[in-house]
Design a protein. Structure first.
Length: 402
């Protein structure tokens, strides 16, 4: 790894630690906050819908900004918009305003867009044989902050009592501070910019960015985008309603926070191993491994009943399956798309990923309200089948004709 690449990966990793605290806190408390404000369990899934729609809303503008000005201003803007959104969520809890809460979570989603685009920034200057590992190191760095974030529900409630706001808004205060600091560190220290000077920046005008990306999303690149989007939908759908499911079975708030933090650990802790695996055996096989783990996760979670241990195990596997699929999908996309259009295609991939997550979160609430948590997991497991078929078909097409 060259000296500039080492510095880039180090700074991005530090930022992921800081920003992960804010993201983890928001993921753990968002659904409960919306349920508390609205007074309805059916509305709880809208928290994840708003977060993922927000990430989708900011993905293309941030990727086009990166193509035009570089990764540093794009990532900084994403983190600072997330801080503004977390502040709005705190205000919404105090005012009992559902529209303001949803607007805040939409802005909060910009931090997710920055988090996701950081993994591509790590690959901008990476050697081809180390793309998977470079991506996975930055993804892994999210572990520290993301696991810590959900466990701040208790301290957050204590801080909320001191400043006179609802307890569920307390963790969002930590998100405000974490995102603001992540943006500041990015702006001051992400030098050299991962894209500037590499010859890999594209025409960064925002007009028609998706239209210009689409012709390049074909073959293996299309499989990569589909695998990432579908895997994210599975993960978001199950994870989004887990806190509500556990609360309905009488689980304490700190147990719910611990479960989500262990789920996030599953998402990130083994990232270097999965990145190495994607480089070693190929991203397609790693995606297939991820789909198998997702099926095991939904079986465990969907049959957990009142067992907190079983649903926690299911959520850990859910994170691990997501990690394998998303890291391998990102590596496959980076390898198969021409450098001059790569930022725009990566932005399109993240757009699809977040829209799929938003759809998963929205449908999750409806499915659970109508049929229960077990049915949600069964439906999520079925989504892995088309991905496996697409990957196997792509690999078959690459084999030379005898």
């Amino acid at each position: 790894m060259t000296s500039p690449q080492r510095r880039i990966v180090t700074v991005l990793s530090l930022v992921q630690v800081i920003g992960g605290i804010g993201n983890g806190a928001g993921l753990a408390i968002g659904a409960l906050l919306i349920e508390d404000i609205s007074g309805s369990e059916g509305w709880a899934g809208l928290a994840t819908v708003a977060l993922t729609l927000g990430a989708a809303l900011f993905t293309v503008p941030l990727s086009t900004l990166a193509a035009r000005r570089g990764r540093r201003p794009a990532l900084t803007a994403g983190w600072w918009l997330g801080a503004l959104g977390a502040g709005c969520a705190v205000a919404a809890a105090s005012l009992t305003s559902l529209p303001l809460a949803l607007a805040g979570l939409l802005l909060f989603g910009a931090s997710t867009a920055a988090n996701l685009q950081s993994r591509f920034a790590a690959a901008d200057r990476a050697e081809p044989a180390r793309i998977g590992r470079s991506i996975s190191i930055v993804v892994w760095s999210t572990t520290v902050g993301a696991v810590t974030g959900p466990n701040l529900t208790g301290p957050g409630a204590a801080v909320a009592d001191r400043v006179g706001i609802p307890q569920l808004a307390g963790p969002m205060l930590f998100s405000v501070l974490a995102f603001a600091l992540a943006g500041l560190v990015t702006w001051l220290f992400l030098r050299p910019d991962p894209l500037i000077g590499t010859g890999r920046r594209a025409d960064g005008s925002s007009h028609g960015a998706v239209r210009r990306a689409l012709p390049h999303v074909r073959g293996r690149a299309a499989v990569a985008v589909f695998a990432v989007a579908s895997s994210h939908a599975v993960m978001v759908a199950v994870m989004a309603l887990t806190p509500v499911h556990m609360q309905g079975h009488g689980s304490a708030l700190h147990i719910i926070g611990l479960t989500i933090s262990l789920h996030i650990a599953g998402m990130y802790a083994l990232s270097p191993v999965l990145g190495w695996l994607a480089d070693r055996i190929g991203p397609e096989l790693t995606i297939l491994l991820g789909q198998g783990i997702l099926v095991a996760a939904t079986v465990l979670a969907g049959t957990s009943g009142h067992s907190e241990a079983q649903i926690t195990a299911g959520l850990i596997l859910l994170g691990l399956g997501w990690s394998a699929s998303v890291i391998a999908g990102a590596a496959l996309l980076t390898r198969t798309v021409a450098p001059e259009v790569r930022p725009l295609v990566q932005g399109f991939s993240d757009l699809c990923m977040n829209l799929a997550g938003a759809a998963g979160g929205l449908l999750a609430g409806l499915v659970v309200a109508a049929f229960g948590f077990g049915a949600l997991n069964a439906a999520a497991a079925l989504l892995t089948i088309p991905v496996a078929v697409a990957v196997l078909s792509s690999r078959r097409a690459l084999r030379p004709v005898a």
